[in-house]
Design a protein around this ligand. Structure first.
Ligand code: SF4
Length: 375
């Protein structure tokens, strides 16, 4: 290869038919050639617009029976927020004009589905218009198992209670080889796919994440992206892909890596990963999101020239990444986010969780996801 992306590879990308071999070949393309092509594809889908959502994270407990070796958030004794405490945070979010609440927490040994339903129903009773984007596939699986119901039943009841969408977290790397080492008690690859696909079938859209930069191979990263693409082809229920670089501090997986003089991903590696995601998912998943919490604000801004068209949420209260060494703050103001976006030569637009305009949320006419998954 002469440093240029082959024309036939580009043609497959335009048609949404990139292959695994294309993904592997792209890893060796000079960075700025890669970024230029990813940026072209982003521009075809999103134009100059860069979106973000005004939201609030609420982590109802750090107590967890999980054993994930990459986790710096988990405790044995963490307190569980009461419903009233959760509602206090939701009211603050409403005051700050948040349109979305993102709730996730550790896996409690003694609570089942009713606990999760109670949170959703209490929020919806007071704020029916607030979009509840909550509970990872692992939490839904855990709730179903603890309550002795199927995942399908759990999802149906959550949907009926008012759950609007789910974060596609707990994906880590969708490879059982990797999962066996870093999160052996978590969902297997096929189970994650099943929960997410079942959510889409129930009318609950999800995001899709990938936590990379630990023990996985580059090939396993490409496989992960192509698994996400396959799910999207079948269900159309994925709103965005969110690559998340592994944070190596205060957790056993990271500490072992650092003892072997292996550190977290470099900035260039992160940017290449965003660009390859954009290329492999083109025609299927329209939105590629960069996390300013994980990348830092300056690298997240640069990622807008490497295939990224969304900067996620303002968060108000980020604690999971912070516990693993992220030092980029717990929240970002709309003004600062828009400043970053303007600084990248793009046009900021507040969106709803499902990529409608935030203003449409209040006119009762939110944009439907293009897949036809109903809200
Ligand atoms: S990643 Fe989630 S499930 Fe795993 S140990 Fe941490 S809090 Fe528990």
């Amino acid at each position: 290869m002469d440093g240029k992306i082959p024309e036939d590879l580009k043609e497959r990308a335009y048609q949404g038919k990139s292959t695994k071999e294309d993904g592997l070949l792209l890893l060796g393309v000079p960075p700025f050639e890669l970024f230029r092509f990813a940026d072209e594809l982003r521009s075809l889908i999103a134009g100059d617009t860069v979106t973000y959502v005004v939201n609030r994270n609420i982590n109802f407990t750090s107590r967890c029976v999980g054993t994930c070796g990459f986790c710096a958030f988990r405790t044995n004794t963490g307190r569980v927020l009461s419903l009233e405490e959760i509602m206090g945070k939701v009211r603050e979010a409403k005051q700050a004009k948040a349109t979305e609440i993102c709730i996730q927490g550790g896996l409690l040994p003694d609570v089942g589905l009713n606990f999760y339903l109670g949170i959703v129903e209490t929020i919806k009773a007071e704020f029916p218009e607030m979009h509840i984007h909550s509970f990872s596939p692992m939490e839904v699986y855990h709730a179903a198992r603890t309550s002795g119901v199927t995942v399908k039943e759990a999802l149906l009841r959550l949907k009926r209670s008012g759950l609007d969408s789910m974060p596609g977290t707990a994906a880590e790397i969708l490879s059982d080889r990797v999962r066996e080492i870093i999160c052996p008690a978590k969902l297997r690859t096929s189970e994650w796919i099943e929960v997410v696909s079942q959510a889409h079938a129930t009318g609950i859209p999800t995001t899709a994440t990938m936590m990379y930069g630990h023990i996985e191979t580059l090939e396993e990263r490409i496989d992960h992206m192509l698994i996400i693409r396959e799910i999207q082809k079948k269900t159309g229920g994925i709103t965005e892909f969110v690559p998340l670089p592994f944070m190596p501090y205060n957790n056993p997986v990271g500490e072992k890596m650092m003892k072997e003089s292996r550190y977290a991903t470099t900035g260039l590696e992160d940017l290449k990963n965003y660009a390859i995601s954009r290329i492999l998912l083109h025609g299927h998943v329209d939105n590629i999101q960069a996390s300013w919490v994980k990348l830092g604000k300056k690298l997240a801004q640069f990622a807008l020239h490497c295939g990224v068209n969304d900067l996620g949420g303002t968060l108000m209260e980020e604690s999971i990444s912070r516990s693993a060494g992220a030092s980029n703050g717990e929240e970002i103001s709309v003004e600062e986010l828009e400043w970053m976006i303007h600084g990248a030569g793009r046009v900021p637009k507040e969106r709803t969780t499902l990529y409608g305009r935030a203003s449409e949320l209040f006119s009762g006419n939110p944009k439907k996801p293009r897949c036809g998954v109903s809200e």
